[in-house]
Ligand binder design. Structure first.
Ligand SMILES: [Cu+2]
Length: 260
């Protein structure tokens, strides 16, 4: 059916672009007070542990891929919007079942997912790899319960520190030495999460999960439960304190002393 003909009035207008991507980026950095040294990390906490070191490339690569795909998509949208904008009342050629085109837009997303999957699986399996028993290791058990955490240090003959929602516990780890955490739960599923380490793993009742890390930077890093585990989930806080090996040894000795 032909479209009702009607005169199209061409309005003259000036295209005032909103903020350009570059100026948006600049405003973003000013608002987040991101320095030029931090810029390549794109908000990623660098060098806190060896886990961060490994996942930094994955993080940067994922952002670059997202920027490229985003820019390409916006470019295509703008190109189509301007090139094929309504000029007259004639219908443009109607295309359906364009097999080559449909193959292209099926294969490209598949390739994107495959590449992201490959790099994610490669880094994840390296991060959760457990060292052979010959490697020197500080072993600490991390038990989650409603509503806090228990840290048991093998170095202190399994002396245990138990936190409460009002007095969140502190997990001490030595700088530059390998630490293995064994995660368990007393009641329901909890999630051990230290945002600055870029690492989280679940505490499962009746099962053990493990991961290892070497902390590079001294400091205190907040941690929390990241699995909604019940009413007081939000109070399941803790601190990870990276201290010098000597301070760690003193702490462990003090635990042994108080347990004796
Ligand atoms: Cu929890």
């Amino acid at each position: 059916m032909p479209l009702p003909s009607r005169a199209i009035k061409r309005k003259t207008f000036r295209f005032a672009p909103p903020l350009s991507p570059l100026s948006l980026l600049a405003i973003g950095f000013i608002l987040t007070s991101c320095s030029s040294a931090e810029l390549p990390a794109l908000g990623f906490p660098r060098n806190v542990t060896d886990i961060n070191d490994r996942s930094l490339n994955l993080w940067q690569g994922a952002w670059i891929a997202a920027f490229v795909v985003g820019a390409f998509t916006v470019g295509l949208i703008l190109w189509a919007a301007f090139k094929f904008r309504r000029i007259d009342d004639d219908l443009p050629p109607q295309v359906s079942y364009h097999v080559p085109l449909e193959l292209v837009y099926t294969v490209i997303p598949f390739l994107i997912v495959a590449v992201l999957f490959y790099f994610t699986a490669r880094d994840e399996s390296a991060i959760i790899k457990i060292s052979p028993s010959t490697v020197a290791m500080h072993e600490i058990k991390v038990n989650g319960f409603q509503w806090s955490w228990q840290f048991s240090y093998k170095d202190a003959n399994d002396a245990t520190v138990t936190g409460t929602p009002k007095a969140p516990p502190t997990l001490y780890v030595p700088q530059g030495e390998r630490v293995r955490l064994t995660l368990t739960a007393s009641d329901v599923v909890h999630g051990f999460w230290v945002p600055a380490f870029m690492m989280q793993m679940q505490n499962l009742p009746g099962a053990q999960n493990q991961f290892e890390f070497t902390a590079n930077k001294l400091g205190s890093y907040p941690g929390r439960c990241n699995i909604l585990c019940g009413r007081n989930h939000s109070q399941m806080l803790f601190i990870v304190k990276v201290v010098t090996p000597v301070e760690y040894q003193n702490y462990v000795n003090s635990l042994k002393g108080s347990a004796a």
